[in-house]
Write a new protein. Structure first.
Lengths: 189, 189
DNA sequence: ACAAATAACTAACAACTGTTAGTTTAAGAA
DNA sequence: TTCTTAAACTAACAGTTGTTAGTTATTTGT
């Protein structure tokens, strides 16, 4: 059974997503949970704290996933497909906290912000290297890797918002179409 | 010469982009402009007002552009290229207010929010139709038009954030690469 | 130069923010 | 039962928010 702390974090994530971090008050969260704002502090120690946890947990999930995929011995183009599949999975499993990564990270306090951007930069760098490798392998036509990275990443980052609008879409099907759309376009013919 | 009202709107846009609508106070804006918060009200009538103007002006620019392109007699695939070129141009010319369209529109009051989402939905519908037409024309392979739309649009919507990070990129070059990345991938081989 | 209008200022408002202190209730162990 | 602990409550804090009122300074047209 879920701890109260986690219930609070879930509610907060949902509200942060819907109204944004700044526009969500502790009283809003309290109401959603079903208690008074002050009572929240029996379980958490600040608004920033849960926000940081939501964001950095998610960022670390991505980092771990990347580490595992990039560390594998697959061909780069397979790594890329696995990355896409991971993004699709996360977008479905963690719709709320994933939205914070794309939109709300600016509201992190100084130190966690540094950690976050560092994780993020590292992630992007590894992602770009995989794309470069795809080109060197001759699997991709010689596109600008930075632009390809940007194009792929922005699509993947908005997945969550789009997925929650579509009702009748099969996750497996979505993943397949996604790979088709993002990878096959760059393929060498 | 720029009116004070427009200076205020420019500063506001810059701050809204950097810190978000809710996190930007009238005192923040005032400081940026170089006057007291109360003095702003000699030129504007509320925080929401300038926010709405920034957002809806931008939305209307897109609608007009779409109307012009879609109303032309070009082949659909040419229309698509023109749309991409428009997005690139806007992302460069209006970096600040364009960011609001992707991120901050949630903070619109009820009625302008309705207008905004209506414009947006209409825009997306026309965009999707052009993609469908590309498929019917045989210029695109038979992808899921909804997924293609989503993929292209999310890339185009994040252009601004990415463009402001890159220093040494030629707009013309960017546009060419963009079209290559987004369109050529879907092309029938 | 003088009147009128424009745009800056200071001070203050009511509402709301995150958070703390202190108190009461409920639950579990002895 | 009684003692202890966890978790809810109410009340209030100090700071910030958007905005208004009232006043002073500056610019403009005659």
């Amino acid at each position: 059974m879920k701890s109260k702390r986690e219930i609070i974090k879930d509610c907060a994530a949902r509200l942060f997503r819907k109204k944004g971090y700044k526009a969500t008050s502790m009283r809003d969260i309290a109401q959603e949970v079903g208690m008074e704002a002050a009572s929240l502090y029996n379980h958490i120690s600040s608004k920033q704290e849960i926000f940081q946890e939501l964001l950095l947990n998610m960022a670390r999930l991505f980092t771990e996933g990347m580490e595992e995929i990039d560390g594998s011995s697959h061909k780069s183009i397979i790594k890329l497909e696995k990355l896409i599949s991971m993004h699709v999975r996360f977008a479905i499993e963690h719709t709320d906290s994933i939205s914070l990564i794309t939109n709300e990270w600016v509201h992190l306090d100084e130190e966690p912000l540094r950690e976050f951007t560092s994780l993020r930069d590292q992630y992007e760098k590894q992602f770009e290297n995989i794309i470069k490798q795809c080109i060197e392998d001759g699997d991709f036509s010689p596109v600008d890797p930075e632009i390809a990275l940007f194009s792929i990443l922005s699509t993947l980052r908005w997945l969550y918002s789009w997925y929650s609008k579509q009702k009748n879409i099969n996750p497996v099907e979505l993943e397949k179409e996604m790979i088709h759309c993002l990878v096959d376009g760059l393929r060498n013919k």
